[in-house]
Structure formats: structure tokens, C-alpha cells
Ligand binder design. Structure first.
Ligand SMILES: *[C@@H]1O[C@H](CO)[C@@H](O)[C@H](O)[C@H]1NC(C)=O
Ligand SMILES: *[C@@H]1O[C@H](CO)[C@@H](O)[C@H](O)[C@H]1NC(C)=O
Ligand SMILES: *[C@@H]1O[C@H](CO)[C@@H](O)[C@H](O)[C@H]1NC(C)=O
Ligand SMILES: *[C@@H]1O[C@H](CO)[C@@H](O)[C@H](O)[C@H]1NC(C)=O
Ligand SMILES: *[C@@H]1O[C@H](CO)[C@@H](O)[C@H](O)[C@H]1NC(C)=O
Ligand SMILES: *[C@@H]1O[C@H](CO)[C@@H](O)[C@H](O)[C@H]1NC(C)=O
Ligand SMILES: *[C@@H]1O[C@H](CO)[C@@H](O)[C@H](O)[C@H]1NC(C)=O
Ligand SMILES: *[C@@H]1O[C@H](CO)[C@@H](O)[C@H](O)[C@H]1NC(C)=O
Length: 905
């Protein structure tokens, strides 16, 4: 979260005179790049699986943004039939390369003869192409411009066909299919309130998908963590191109052959790692708000959800719970430990869960053991004189963990084992790491952190004692008093450090203002973050590793969560991400706004993260974070969010409360949304499982399933939840009308079962009420559902199954169901069940080891066949008739999912 407008400057009596450093920002123009000589290849050595060459600067250095490197090396590896690796790096091996611990490199074992892709090289001036062998399609061609490889600037440009369909390069809030003219993607992780467009946000995922219809889809991943601008342009002189411009690192490219879109997703997972499997309960509904000002209010929200009959699975608390906004502390009056333990016990007794927030900035103060123990163990990033380098975050002046330092993991785990101790502390079920880009309230290199405020002091007046008991909570959950927080704001331990420390590690670079400018909306590289001239414990520099600071915090935290509950899958939600973060953690899209545009933006962000960045467990702050939610928008968003993987309602401190129970209209929409989501939970969980095993996305952009239908390539307001449910929400503000694109295929209305024959055309639906969201089942699929929803996921698992069969145009259908206990890392017994329908016989086959825990159901009540009855012949997308008459045939069970069964209709 971020509170730029509310940030209070705490008047400081210790203002030191800081001479403003003279900053000279040298700027060369990109037009100077025309004089760059490029490179010449020599000593080209080919084997069946690889190619190596030396690259030498082919003329006098241009030194446009820094110094040209004289000697480079080229390594090409046919890593598998579908993956080609091309690496251009400095012969001296000094330039930064992303550590193996961040992205363990995939193994290489392919052969050029069987590979789908072909690498060809032009020696002088050096350039290369990557072709799809099968059809000769040129996927990448660097002859578009000379390679420039300088100490602080690297440029590589590829030609592209006109009007390419490009996607990815997150994190951004732009169109899902990227603009291809005069368009720039900036990758530099930063604080980004209200998700500004056409610029950088919280995460870095330098992978794009290039979809060429029936000529195939491929992916290109640049494994580079430095700040970069990726320019996509089409000019009279140069035609269509994509160009990487980084301020460091090497060219480390992975070409993924596809050829279907989802194949690229799978192949990308093989490079950055497959997603972790997350607990079943994380698919439940979550509620949070910054500004639940005491433990009683938290309990009251939970109670109000029960009273309203809206299932709440997970309750969250933002930084409100902390004492003076310090990690691993609780406000002794508002969030008294005894009461917090009682809250968690009560939630657990009701089969509900609790999640708390943490920030990376550790309050720099003598009597705070999290800081002092960290200082003793050397876990913080250091200034030039060896003292802890300071910035400003919620607690005030803070030190920052160096996730590379030897003791950091242990120190972090120690904090957890004390504060989140199951027996003596707050026994959380998941953790949320925020502000980890890292976001520093210090805006520039001349900032004195002592002049920055921390969080606004909680000054909300005590709540009146209503005498009302909170439903479901012990009687002692009653309002408490306030206290004078200002008086307890503490004095610092050390004098202020100078903002600009000298650096260790790689020599003599311009750490703050490299001549090539990264167009971050937050200014220069060190602005609003940890200074880029700091070195990490492993000798690397923040200049190079900045973009995965948050990723490291999240992965370190995941390892810590494992130490608390070693048998259970950890749940960690992070704001900042890097390629590969999905291996361990989940993500929400940060501080969006409570408006319709962000409701729409959430769809394309989900599409990119799940299908292209291999982070399946994602979602937006439902009903929006900043600003006041509107009843109508919140009702629509309650339904929209239910069809995204992670489903949490969250709002900012000064926003009005927006729990679904606040408005009858939203309560009704929320109930229906959660009811439907829960019935479909095993279907979604199954889709997540297959993404974790083979990378096939649990959310499909429409073109993933209709790759030859050009009308689908730009669709960003419809999606497939799993691979069977086409979700088409109303996306116009306050409208009841939606334009739904139906590819040429058979669909069935999810709500009425009515058959809809898609004609590759838009169909307009009007009169879509605020408790409705159009959803259609794609013919050819089989969906396992729970017969009934429930108020917790635990009770949900006790409901029987109903199987929906939606025959495709050819009369066949198939589907699958994965069952396990929902939370163990080592599953003693799982079921992987395949359902099939061939027009006559329904069959259930597969493995059936999961028998269900106590009380759980693995019984199928009935199988419902859509479109088989006489009146199911259907229309052409114009809907008529109603559900029950729409030609369904039901076959009553029961059958147990403990072995195969089949029947014939
Ligand atoms: C880039 O700027 C430096 C000085 O800042 C200058 O020496 C160099 O010649 C410039 N390069 C080009 C190609 O203009
Ligand atoms: C695209 O090309 C035009 C014309 O050369 C140029 O003015 C513009 O800056 C370029 N945009 C990007 C993002 O590279
Ligand atoms: C809970 O519901 C009561 C009754 O509608 C309302 O007065 C109260 O403000 C609600 N509390 C919270 C924290 O939403
Ligand atoms: C869920 O409903 C059951 C009754 O069906 C009730 O006992 C339980 O308290 C409810 N749980 C929550 C969290 O509302
Ligand atoms: C830490 O020191 C400050 C200022 O001296 C004091 O107000 C605060 O109560 C102390 N905190 C603890 C946990 O002792
Ligand atoms: C469907 O409607 C959208 C606008 O809502 C439009 O952009 C698109 O081109 C239309 N598709 C077809 C196939 O007409
Ligand atoms: C769909 O069928 C209905 C009824 O047969 C007809 O009135 C309508 O014009 C058709 N629409 C299209 C787009 O073909
Ligand atoms: C559905 O159609 C049947 C037969 O026409 C009719 O009897 C029934 O009332 C309709 N149901 C609804 C909900 O419109």
C-alpha cells in the first residue's frame, strides 16, 4: 500500500544540513547509436547441440552511453527440441549475470537436427536469426540494428512482421495484446499507486509471446534483471521491430518454440520453474482493509460476514496490527496479544484462516530486538562506512534486509518463530509481503530519512461500546481505548548516514544516473527505493539486483513459513515479483483504484500473469483499493473476482468500508459469486494442479483455445476460467449490456444450460443484472462441480459431486479432476481422474488413491448431459428458451470416485 497523499512529515528537530550533491546527468542521444560498429564473429565452432563463437568489436568504439566492450562470446545451445538458448556475454566474465539461486538454469540436452528451431549466424557484422524449421518462419532477426554492448548499455533489436500479436513483458496495466507502434515497456520495479499506464509497475517479467495464427506461437525470454526499456515500434526507415535497451547485464535469450500458445507457457515453466501448488483454502474468499483499527473491529467484520450469510474463508490484517508499524510487534492496546490469540483460535475453531502483513523496512531503533538481532547478525544492507544503510518506510527510519547475507534466512525465521509462534504468539496461516520493490519513502539521493514520516499515526477515535456481542466471538471482543502513540515514537540508534555510500563489487559504474535513462515513472534508479550503489553480501550490486529484491524477500519468507509448518504448503502473497516468483509465491496486482477502469485492467493483468508469467495464484483487490468503492461497481467486481484465481476484497485506510455486506446489492452478488466459485473449486484446483505439473495455464486467454481465429487475438475482457468456462462480464461502466464474442464452436450457458452455437461473431446481451455474470461452457468439456456450496472450504469438501458434460460439435467431451487433501506438501494419496463422453458412453478412469479425509465426500450424485434432449438443438448465439427445457439429460448415481465406472445412455 502507499499513502502519498496522506504521508505526514514528522517535524524533526535533528535536521542536519546536507549539502545537495552536484548531479551531472550526461545524456547522449540514441541517434548517436548509428555510429556504433557492431561486432564480428570468429572461431565459430559447431557441434550437433551447440555453437560457440568469439565476437569482437568491429570498428572504433562508439561509447554512446558508456564504454563498448571489445570482446564478447556467443553460446548457442539446442537445449531441447523446443528450446533454444542464445547467450552473448563478456569474454572477461565481469558483467553481471543473474545468480543461479534466483533462476536455476535449465539443463541442456538437445540436438540441432531434431530441434524445432534453427539458429543461423551472419559473421560480419554479427547478427543472427531464429527460424521455425517446419515452415521457415523467421521468428527473430537481429540484423535490424547493430548489437551494442557497453558497460552500462546493451541494445539488441529484432525485426518483426508487420502488426505482430505480442503479449507479456509484465508487469504493466496496458492492453493485453501490446501496442506495436511507438510503444515502450519499462522494467524497473517500483511503488505504483493506481497502476499508471505505459510505464513500470511492481514486477519484472521479460518474456513475450509472439502469436502468428496458424504459423504458430513462440516465446522469447530475456534472462536479465537490469533496468530496461523495451521499445516496440514501426517506422518508415526501420519497419516493425522490438528492441531491448538495458543498463547492464548480458543477453541471455531463451526461444520457446510452441507451437500452440499453451505449449509456450509449458516451455517457459521449464525455464523459470513450475508454479508451486497452493492450499485448497486459498481459493476461498478473503477480506482485508487497511484501517481495521483494532482486534474487535477485525472480529466484527468476520461476525458481520457470518450474519450476512456470506462465506468468509480468510481474514487479513494490514499494518494496523503493528506497534508503531514495526514488523513482528503488535499494538499492545489495539491488538493486544491475548486478544489476537483469541481471535486466531476463534477463526480456527470456525475453520477460517488468518493472514498478516510484513514490510521489508526494519525500524532502526535500539530497543527493538528484530533490529538489534539483525544488526548483530549482519543481515542489513550496508552503507560505505559499514553501518546499516537507512531509508524510510512505515515505521520511520529503517534498515533493509540483505537477502543475500548469510544469516538473513535464519534471522527472519527466528522472528517468525517468536512472533508467529503457535503456542505463544499469533498463529498465522499465511503471510503477505508488501512494499518490497523495495519502496522507500525517500524520493531521491538527497533525501534524509529522518525528515520523512513513517505511517500516519493511528488516531481513529475509540469505537463506542455498543454492548453488542460479535457473532461467533467470545464476549471479551468489545471496543478498546486509544493511546498517545506520538509520544512513543522512538529515537534512533545511530546518527544519520550519508545517503551516498561508495560501492563494493563491480568497478566504477555510474550507479545512480547511467547515461541511458530508464523511463521509470518514479524518476531515476535510486529514487523511492534502496540506493542502487549498495552492494549485497555476495558482492553484487543493487544496481543489478534491484528487480528481484522483492522476489528474494518473498522466497525467503516462503522458506521461513515452511519451517513453521513443515508439512503444509506455505501461502505467501507478494507485491513485487520477478521471473520465476511463481515457483513459490502468489501475487496480487497492488494498489489499484476503486474504479471501472481498474475492474477491467484486472482481467488483462490476470491473463498475462497466469498464462505468460507462470504465476497462477493472482488477482486484484476486489472493489478496488484507493478511493471509495461504488455499490454497482463493487457488485460487478464481486462476480468478476470470483472467476480469478486469488479472490480478496481489500481497501485503503481512507477508503470507505467495502465488505460485501455493506450494500444489499453487493451482498446478493457476492453470495452468488462465492456460491458459484465454491461449487467450481475442485475444477479450479484441478486446473492449478496441472499448471504446477506441466505449465498449462489455469486461466486461458481466448486465443489460447482458438489460435487460428483472428477475432480472438485482441480479446482482453473475456477469458476461460480453466479451459472450459468462457467468462464474459459486463465491462462498461453502469451498463447492463455486454458484447460477447463466440468463436465458431458449441457453447452452453452455464446458468441455464442453453446451447449457443458460436458463429465467430459478437452477440450482444442486455439486461444483465448486477447479480449476474455471463458464463458459457465450451462444448467438448466435462466439469466436475460440488452439488452444493458451503460457508467454508472444509464444509465444501463434504459436499457430493455433480458432473456436467458439455458435448462439443463432434458429440464428444472430456474433463479431469484432481483430488488430494488440499494442503500437505507430501501427498500420501492423490486421485487423477479422467472423464470422457463419446456420444454413447460416459467413462471415469484414472487413478483413485485419494479416499477423502474424515467427513469428505468423493461421491458423484449425478451426471448431467447438456444439449442432448430434443429442445437442445439450440440457436446461433441468440438466446431463447430457459434452462430446464434446454435439453439436459440426467443420469442419477451415486458412484464413488474410488475406482473406474462407466455407463451408456
Ligand atoms: C557520448 O557522450 C560522451 C560525453 O558524455 C562523449 O564523449 C561521446 O563522444 C558521446 N558519444 C557520441 C556517439 O556522441
Ligand atoms: C518510434 O519511432 C519514432 C520515429 O522514429 C520515434 O520518434 C519514437 O520515439 C519511437 N518510439 C519508441 C518507443 O521507440
Ligand atoms: C457490522 O454490522 C453492524 C450492523 O450492520 C454495523 O453497524 C457495523 O458497522 C459493522 N461493522 C463493521 C466492522 O463492518
Ligand atoms: C458455517 O455453517 C455451519 C452450519 O452449517 C455453522 O455451524 C458454522 O458456524 C458456520 N461457519 C461460519 C464460518 O460461518
Ligand atoms: C523503546 O524506546 C522508546 C523510546 O525510548 C520507548 O518509548 C519504547 O517504549 C521502547 N520500546 C520497548 C519495546 O521497550
Ligand atoms: C466485437 O466487438 C468488439 C467491441 O466490443 C470489437 O472490437 C470486435 O472487433 C468485434 N468482433 C467482431 C468479430 O465483430
Ligand atoms: C439467429 O437465429 C434467429 C432465429 O432463427 C434469427 O432470427 C437471427 O437472425 C439469427 N441471427 C444470426 C446472427 O444469424
Ligand atoms: C421454462 O420453460 C417452461 C416450458 O416453456 C416453462 O413452463 C417454465 O415456466 C419456464 N421457466 C422459466 C424459469 O422461465
Amino acid at each position: 500500500m502507499w499513502l502519498s497523499s496522506l504521508l505526514v512529515l514528522v517535524a524533526s528537530s535533528t535536521v542536519l544540513a546536507i549539502p545537495a550533491p552536484t548531479i551531472t546527468r550526461r545524456q547522449n542521444s540514441s541517434s548517436d547509436l548509428g555510429s556504433c560498429p557492431g561486432y564480428a564473429a570468429s572461431n565459430v565452432v559447431k557441434t550437433d547441440s551447440s555453437l560457440t563463437a568469439d565476437l569482437t568489436l568491429a570498428g572504433s568504439a562508439c561509447n554512446v552511453y558508456s564504454d563498448d566492450l571489445q570482446d564478447l562470446k556467443l553460446l548457442v545451445e539446442y537445449q531441447s527440441d523446443q528450446r533454444l538458448h542464445v547467450k552473448v556475454y563478456d569474454a572477461g566474465l565481469n558483467v553481471f549475470q543473474v545468480q543461479e539461486s534466483i533462476i536455476p538454469r535449465p539443463k541442456s540436452g538437445g540436438s540441432s537436427s531434431s530441434a524445432a528451431l534453427q539458429f543461423d549466424l551472419v559473421e560480419k557484422p554479427f547478427s543472427f536469426t531464429v527460424k521455425r524449421k517446419e515452415n521457415g518462419e523467421v521468428l527473430f532477426d537481429t540484423s535490424a540494428a547493430q548489437l551494442v554492448f557497453e558497460t552500462q548499455y546493451v541494445r539488441l533489436r529484432t525485426k518483426l512482421p508487420d502488426n505482430p500479436n505480442l503479449y507479456g513483458l509484465g508487469e504493466h496495466s496496458d492492453s493485453f495484446r501490446l501496442t506495436t507502434q511507438n510503444y515502450q515497456r519499462v522494467l524497473w520495479n517500483t511503488e505504483s499507486p493506481n497502476l499508471p499506464k505505459n510505464t513500470n509497475l511492481y514486477g519484472t517479467h521479460p518474456v513475450y509471446f509472439d502469436h502468428r495464427g496458424d504459423k504458430g506461437t513462440h516465446g522469447v525470454f530475456l534472462l536479465n534483471s537490469n533496468g530496461m526499456n523495451v521499445n516496440i515500434n514501426n517506422t518508415a526507415e526501420d519497419g516493425q521491430y522490438l528492441e531491448y535497451n538495458t543498463v547492464g547485464g548480458i543477453i541471455d535469450l531463451y526461444f520457446l518454440a510452441g507451437k500452440q500458445p499453451a505449449d509456450v507457457s509449458s516451455q517457459y515453466a521449464e525455464v523459470v520453474g513450475h508454479s508451486a501448488m497452493f492450499p485448497y483454502w486459498t481459493f476461498g474468499f478473503h477480506q482485508c482493509k487497511y484501517g481495521y483499527w483494532d482486534v474487535n473491529m477485525v472480529a466484527e467484520v468476520v461476525g458481520n460476514y457470518s450474519t450476512a450469510g456470506i462465506p468468509l474463508e480468510v481474514m487479513w490484517t494490514d499494518i494496523d496490527y503493528m506497534d508503531l508499524r514495526q514488523d513482528f510487534t503488535e499494538d499492545p492496546e489495539r491488538f493486544d496479544l491475548h486478544k489476537m490469540r483469541e481471535l486466531v483460535d476463534t477463526l480456527h475453531s470456525r475453520d477460517q484462516r488468518y493472514v498478516l502483513i510484513l514490510d521489508p523496512g526494519i525500524h532502526y531503533i535500539t530497543n527493538y530486538t528484530t533490529y538489534t538481532s539483525g544488526h548483530e547478525q549482519g543481515v542489513f544492507l550496508k552503507a560505505a562506512d559499514g553501518s546499516d544503510w537507512l531509508g524510510s518506510q512505515w515505521a520511520g527510519v529503517v534498515a533493509w534486509p540483505d537477502w543475500f547475507a548469510q544469516n538473513t534466512q535464519q534471522w527472519w525465521s527466528d522472528q517468525f518463530s517468536t512472533f508467529y509462534n503457535a503456542d505463544t504468539g499469533i498463529d498465522i496461516d499465511g503471510i503477505w509481503v508488501d512494499m518490497n520493490e523495495a519502496s522507500n519513502f525517500c524520493d531521491s539521493t538527497t533525501c534524509n530519512p529522518y525528515n520523512k514520516g513513517g505511517a500516519p499515526i493511528p488516531t481513529h477515535p475509540p469505537r463506542p461500546n455498543t454492548g453488542r456481542p460479535i457473532p461467533g466471538f467470545p464476549a471479551d471482543f468489545q471496543p478498546s481505548g486509544t493511546r498517545d502513540v506520538e509520544a512513543r515514537r522512538a529515537e534512533p540508534l545511530y546518527p544519520r548516514q550519508s545517503g551516498t555510500g561508495s560501492s563494493k563489487g563491480l568497478p566504477n559504474r555510474e550507479w545512480f544516473f547511467p547515461k541511458y535513462h530508464i523511463n521509470s515513472h518514479n524518476g531515476d534508479l535510486p529514487d523511492f527505493t534502496i540506493f542502487t550503489n549498495l552492494s549485497n553480501a555476495d558482492g553484487t550490486m543493487q544496481y543489478d539486483t534491484h528487480n528481484f529484491y522483492g522476489h528474494m524477500m518473498a522466497h525467503t519468507t516462503q522458506a521461513t513459513m515452511l519451517t513453521r509448518r513443515p508439512e503444509l504448503r506455505p501461502f505467501v502473497l507478494t507485491r513485487s515479483t520477478f521471473a520465476g516468483s511463481g515457483r513459490k509465491v502468489t501475487h496480487w496486482f497492488g494498489d489499484n483504484a476503486s474504479d471501472w477502469e481498474h475492474y477491467r485492467v484486472s482481467i488483462r493483468q490476470m491473463l498475462a500473469f497466469v498464462s505468460m508469467h507462470q504465476m497462477p495464484m493472482v488477482g486484484s483487490d476486489v472493489c478496488g483499493f484507493n478511493g471509495d468503492a461504488d455499490e454497482f461497481m463493487c457488485a460487478r467486481w464481486a462476480l468478476l473476482g470470483a472467476f480469478q484465481p486469488f479472490y480478496r476484497n481489500h481497501a485503503e485506510l481512507s477508503s470507505r468500508q467495502q465488505e460485501f455486506y455493506q450494500w444489499p446489492r453487493v451482498a446478493e452478488a457476492g453470495k452468488k459469486a462465492i456460491d458459484t466459485r465454491y461449487k467450481l473449486m475442485d475444477y479450479a484446483y484441478t486446473a492449478l494442479y496441472y499448471q504446477t505439473t506441466d505449465g498449462t495455464p489455469m486461466i486461458n486467454p481466448v486465443f489460447f483455445l482458438y489460435p487460428n481465429d483472428e477475432n480472438t487475438f485482441g480479446i482482453q475482457e473475456q477469458w476461460f476460467y480453466g479451459d472450459a468456462l468462457l467468462v464474459s462480464p459486463v465491462t462498461t461502466d453502469y451498463s447492463d449490456t455486454v458484447t460477447i464474442y463466440f468463436p465458431e464452436d458449441t457453447f452452453y450457458d452455464y446458468w441455464t444450460y442453453e446451447k449457443v452455437v458460436g458463429q465467430g461473431q459478437n452477440v450482444t446481451r442486455s439486461g444483465v443484472q448486477y447479480n449476474e455474470i455471463p458464463v458459457h461452457i465450451r462444448g467438448g468439456t466435462i466439469i466436475p462441480q460440488r452439488a452444493n456450496s458451503a460457508n467454508t472450504t472444509k464444509l465444501l469438501r463434504q459436499q457430493d459431486f455433480v458432473i456436467l458434460v458439455a458435448p462439443g460439435s463432434d458429440g464428444n467431451a472430456k474433463g479431469r479432476l484432481y483430488l488430494d487433501d488440499g494442503e500437505s506438501i507430501e501427498q500420501p494419496a492423490i486421485s487423477e481422474i479422467a472423464f470422457a463422453w463419446d456420444g454413447k458412453t460416459f467413462s471415469c478412469t484414472g487413478s483413485f488413491a485419494y479416499g477423502g479425509a474424515q467427513g469428505e465426500s468423493i461421491t458423484v450424485d449425478k451426471v448431467i448431459f447438456l444439449g442432448l434432449g430434443s429442445s437442445g438443438a439450440g440457436g446461433n448465439g441468440t438466446q431463447t428458451g430457459n434452462g430446464t427445457q434446454a435439453g439436459t439429460v440426467e443420469k442419477q448415481g451415486p458412484w464413488k470416485l474410488d475406482g473406474e465406472f462407466s455407463f451408456t445412455l
